[in-house]
Design a protein around this ligand. Structure first.
Ligand code: NAP
Length: 250
C-alpha cells in the first residue's frame, strides 16, 4: 500500500533544534508517523518532550562546535539502539550590512548551519553503514540556497553551501542506500523571522511576493519532511525541495 511507504514506524530520528519552530514541528510529525525521536537542543526541549512523551529523548548540545557530532549519534544509539534518520534543522541568521559584517557573525553562522551539519551527517552516515540498510539525511536549507538575499552574507553562504554539500553527499552515499536531500522553506512564521515580520514594510513586501499570500507555518513543512524521511523517497537523491508557497517561481 502506498501510504505504508510513508510510515516511520519503529524508525529512530535525530532532529536538531528540537525545542521550537520548524524543528519542533518535524519532531511532532515524525512521532505521529511512528518514529522515536532524539531531539538535540542547547536548552531543554520541554514543550516538545511534553508533546511526544516516551517516544522523545532530549540531547543537550551546543552545535556551535562540531566536536559534539559523534556524541549525539552515540547517545541516540545508546537510548534507542539505532539511527535511521538525521535532520539538520538547527540554524541561525545574522543581519547586518555586508560592509560592516563581523568575523564573529560570519563564523557563528557557518559553524552551526554548515560545519556541524556536515560532521553530524558524516557521523550519522558511518552509523547507517555500520548498521546496514541505509538511512535518510535531510538538511533544512533556505530560499537563500537559490537567491542572494540582502544583509545576510553568512546565512546565504551557509545555505547555498548546504545545498551543494547535499548533492556531494548524495553522490558519495547513494551506493550505501543513504538518501541525502534538503528542504528549502520559504518565509515561515518562527523566531527566525520575528524581526522581519515585525518590520511592517518588509513584511508587506514579502507577503505581496508569495503566491500563496501568507507566511508558512511549521505544519506546512511536515509532509515534505516525512516524505524525505520515509521509503516513499528511496529514489530521491541530492535534491533541495522548496516548500515556499510558490516564492521561487515568481
Ligand atoms: P528558530 O525558531 O530560530 O529555530 C532555530 C533552532 O536552532 C532553535 O532550536 C535554536 O535553539 C537552534 N540553534 C541555533 N543555534 C544553536 C546552537 N548553537 N546549538 C544548538 N541549537 C541551536 O528558527 P526556525 O525558523 O525554526 O529555523 C529552523 C531552520 O530552518 C534553520 O536552519 C533556519 O535557517 C531554517 N529556515 C527557516 C526559515 C523561516 O522562514 N523560518 C526559512 C528558511 C530556512 P535556541 O532556541 O536555543 O536558539
Amino acid at each position: 500500500m502506498i501510504l505504508d511507504k510513508f510510515s516511520l514506524k519503529g524508525k529512530v530520528a535525530v532532529v536538531t533544534g528540537s525545542n521550537t519552530g520548524l524543528g519542533q514541528g518535524i519532531c511532532r510529525a515524525f512521532a505521529e508517523a511512528g518514529a522515536y525521536v532524539a531531539g538535540v537542543s542547547r536548552r531543554p526541549s520541554t514543550e516538545t518532550a511534553q508533546m511526544l512523551g516516551a517516544d522523545f529523548h532530549n540531547i543537550i548540545a551546543d552545535l556551535s562546535s562540531s566536536a559534539v557530532a559523534d556524541g549525539i549519534i552515540a547517545q541516540t544509539v545508546s537510548r534507542f539502539g539505532r539511527v535511521d534518520i538525521l535532520v539538520n534543522n538547527a540554524g541561525l541568521i545574522k543581519r547586518c550590512d555586508s560592509l560592516d559584517f563581523s568575523e564573529e557573525d560570519w563564523d557563528s553562522v557557518l559553524n552551526v548551519n554548515l560545519k556541524t551539519a556536515f560532521f553530524l551527517s558524516q557521523s550519522a552516515a558511518k552509523q547507517f553503514i555500520k548498521q546496514g540498510g541505509g538511512g535518510k539525511i535531510i538538511s533544512i536549507a533556505s530560499m537563500l540556497s537559490y537567491q542572494g538575499g540582502v544583509r545576510v552574507p553568512s546565512y546565504t553562504a551557509s545555505k547555498s553551501a548546504i545545498r551543494g554539500v547535499t548533492m556531494t553527499l548524495a553522490n558519495e552515499w547513494a551506493r550505501y542506500g543513504i538518501n541525502v536531500n534538503a528542504i528549502a522553506p520559504g518565509y515561515m512564521a518562527t523566531n527566525n523571522t520575528e524581526a522581519l515580520r515585525q518590520d511592517e514594510e518588509r513584511s508587506a513586501d514579502i507577503l505581496s511576493r508569495i503566491p500563496a499570500g501568507r507566511w508558512g507555518t511549521p505544519e506546512d513543512l511536515e509532509g515534505a519532511a516525512v516524505f524525505l524521511a520515509s521509503s516513499a523517497s528511496d529514489y530521491v537523491n541530492g535534491f533541495t525541495l522548496a516548500v515556499d508557497g510558490g516564492w521561487l517561481g515568481r
